[in-house]
Design a protein around this ligand. Sequence first.
Ligand code: 13P
Length: 338
Amino acid sequence: MTGQDLVAVAQAMVAPGKGILAADESSPTIKKRFDSIGTESTENQRRVYREMLFTTAGAAEFISGVILFDETLRQATADGTPFPEYLAAQGMLPGIKVDTGAKPLAGFPGEKITEGLDGLRERLVEYRELGAKFAKWRAVIVIGDGLPTEFCIHANAHALARYAALCQEAGIVPIVEPEVLMDGGHTIERCASVTAATLDEVFAALARHRVDLTGIVLKPNMVISGAECSERAGVEEVAEATVVCLTAHVPAAVPGIAFLSGGQSAEEATAHLSAMNRLGPHAWQLSFSYGRALQAPALQAWGGDSSAYAAGQAALIKRARLNGLARNGDYAPEMEAA
Ligand code: 13P
């Protein structure tokens, strides 16, 4: 891919009215999700679940791309069409999670560093051959007593930038995901200052590593109260604080910002995105790259039961459609009942 192709893919990932389905749960994470509905996490059951999501009629109208896990990238629909090929034929870009997880950062109790750089150049070549057009790497920043440390932010930004540079070298668009976790009792103001410091460090590292900002997608957290905060900010406050923070700390060269849902309920995540887009226009597209906020209702409706396949797909398309509306600020909570 040329630089121009990278830009075209990045723009397609955040095309108006659409967003990304994050379906890249690692094997331990999908097992947790399956445990919650009492279904066994076998390779075939994971394949069946992902096939249910990907073959939902009309999904491509609202879903620009799907992030896959290594195993899923190599799986196929029941009739034998490899998932990347199936998605591409529907008009959804296949993507791949390439980090190997956030591990404890030695010497920094309570903090994490994301691993997966060793051998990444070679893995990216293979992923591209398997059809991946974009990749994802998630860094995790914890807010707590005396946390995060500057060093943790720095180390994670450095790894994100090395990953992003390798992706662009391979002709793959990097999703750059620095996630400030919602866990904890912190205020929205604290989330705002940690998010700002994290974004500054990430963009400084991307510049040092000569990453072309027009060929990335940023996947940040929203600026939001901690999950255990006693007085949690409302929808309008989250939307405003997030837009203020991003406007000050994300260069306009970035084509799009696709939020993670990070433990918000499906309805909250949609309402927040819609409120932010109502505050626009912005310098970048403001989109979604939701995992749980798109999948949780579908997972529940399916419940691991083949007779509930259509119910699972109905739940997914509902969330996809409502988030598609939120891309233009056109979502209203009353639509949940329809
Ligand atoms: P959530 O939307 O569930 O946070 O997942 C998005 C994701 O891809 C996290 O890396």
